[in-house]
Design a binder for this molecule. Structure first.
Ligand code: TYM
Length: 330
C-alpha cells in the first residue's frame, strides 16, 4: 500500500472544526487504502512559547482526538513527533540544503510576524522540520488543508534537490487537499480561516465545546445583509462557510441545500447546521471521555505507534546520512 502521512500541532486545548473537516475526516477515510502515519507535531508546537504543563496536556488531548475522530491505531501508526528521534536530525540535513531566501518567502512566517508575533529561529525554519516529517516516511500523499500547500511545495523542492545532488533517495510527495473542506472559515470573520491561534472564541468551534455552546456560536455566525441561501464564497463568505460545514458533515451536496433552504432565511440554515455539527461531535466527545479516562492505554498506543514509525524513520535517516557522507558509528 502507498504511504500517507500527516500531523497536527497541539497548540490549543482542543482541535477545531477546521482541523476536523479540513484534515482529520480525510485521515480517517484514507487509512484503509493507505499505510498511514499520523502524528502530533509537538516539536513544532515549541516554536510558540507554551507552559510545559499546558503543552503536555494539549499533546495528550490532540492524540486522543485523532482516535476519537476515528483514526484506528491498529491500522495507522499514531505517535508523537518527539518520540521518533530521526525527525530533527533529518531536518538538520535538509536545512543545510535550504537557501535563506526560500525560508524568507514562507507566507505563514510572514503572516505571523507581521501580526506582531515575536518569532524565534524555530518558527523560521519550521517548514524544514515539516519537510523532514514527510520525507522521512516516503509519503506519496499528505492530507492537509489549503493553508499547508506552500509547505508541501517547499517539501517537494527539497526532495527533488536532494535527489539531484545525492541520487534517488526521497519520494516526492503530493498534497492531498479536498477542494470543498480545505478552508473552513472563522464564524465571526468569514474571510479568514478558522484558526486555533488567531480566531476569537466566538469565531471557532472547538471539538470539545458543549452542544449548547456550539449551537450558540453557529447561531451568531456572521452572514450578510441579504436573505438568500446561496454558495458564493466571494460575496457571501459566511453563508458559504455554513453550507460547506453542513455539506461535508451531512453528505448533502451544496446545491441540494441551496434549494432546500430557498426562501427560508438564515435562521433555519443556522439551526440545521448547529444540529448537524452537534450530532457529529456528540459521539466524538463520548469517545474522548473514555480515552482520557485511560491514559495508560493511550500511552501504550503512542509507544507502539512510535516504534512502528521509528523503523521507517531510522532506515530513511541512515540512507540519507550515507548519501551525504556521514559515517555510521563503528
Ligand atoms: P495545524 O496544526 O495548523 O493544522 C492541522 C491540520 O488542519 C488543517 N486546518 C484546516 N483545514 C481547513 N480549514 C481550516 N480552517 C483549517 N485550519 C487548520 C491544516 O491544514 C492541517 O492539515 N504544519 C502543520 C503540522 C505538521 C504537518 C507535518 C502536517 C507538521 N508536520 C507534516 C503534515 C505533514 C500545522 O501546523 O498544521
Amino acid at each position: 500500500r502507498p504511504r500517507i502521512l500527516s500531523g497536527m500541532q497541539p497548540t490549543s486545548d482542543s482541535l477545531h472544526l477546521g482541523n476536523y473537516l479540513g484534515a482529520l475526516v480525510n485521515w480517517v477515510g484514507l487509512q484503509e487504502e493507505f499505510d498511514a502515519y499520523y502524528f502530533v507535531a509537538d516539536l513544532h508546537a515549541l516554536t510558540v512559547p507554551t507552559d510545559p504543563a499546558v503543552l503536555r496536556r494539549r499533546t495528550q488531548v490532540t492524540a486522543a482526538q485523532f482516535i476519537a475522530a476515528g483514526v484506528d491505531p491498529e491500522a495507522s501508526a499514531v505517535f508523537l513527533q518527539s518520540h521518533v528521534h530521526p525527525h530533527p536530525e533529518l531536518a538538520w540535513v535538509l536545512s543545510c540544503q535550504t537557501a535563506m531566501g526560500e525560508m524568507n518567502r514562507m507566507t505563514q512566517f510572514k503572516d505571523k510576524t507581521s501580526k506582531g508575533m515575536n518569532a524565534n529561529v524555530g518558527l523560521f525554519t519550521y517548514p524544514i522540520l515539516m519537510a523532514a516529517d514527510i520525507l522521512m516516511y516516503d509519503a506519496a500523499f499528505v492530507p492537509v488543508g489549503e493553508d499547508q500547500r506552500q509547505h508541501l511545495e517547499i517539501t517537494r523542492d527539497l526532495a527533488e534537490r536532494v535527489n539531484t545532488r545525492f541520487g534517488p533517495l526521497l519520494t516526492v510527495p503530493e498534497p492531498y487537499i479536498l477542494k470543498e473542506s480545505a478552508k473552513i472559515m472563522d464564524l465571526q470573520e468569514p474571510t479568514s480561516k478558522m484558526s486555533g491561534s488567531l480566531s476569537s472564541d466566538k469565531g471557532i468551534v472547538l471539538l470539545s465545546d458543549p452542544p449548547s455552546r456550539i449551537a450558540k456560536k453557529i447561531r451568531s455566525a456572521v452572514t450578510d445583509a441579504e436573505a438568500e441561501v446561496r454558495h458564493d464564497p466571494d460575496t457571501k463568505p459566511g453563508v458559504s462557510n455554513l453550507l460547506v460545514v453542513h455539506s461535508v458533515l451531512s453528505g448533502t451536496p451544496v446545491a441540494e441545500l441551496e434549494s432546500r433552504f430557498a426562501g427560508q432565511g438564515y435562521g433555519a440554515l443556522k439551526a440545521e447546521v448547529a444540529d448537524v455539527v452537534v450530532e457529529a461531535v456528540g459521539p466524538f466527545q463520548q469517545r474522548m471521555a473514555e480515552l482520557l479516562a485511560d491514559p495508560a492505554e493511550l500511552d501504550r498506543v503512542l509507544s507502539s505507534g512510535a516504534a512502528r514509525a521509528a523503523v521507517v524513520a531510522e532506515a530513511t535517516l541512515r540512507r540519507v546520512k550515507d548519501a551525504v557522507g556521514l559515517l555510521p558509528a563503528a
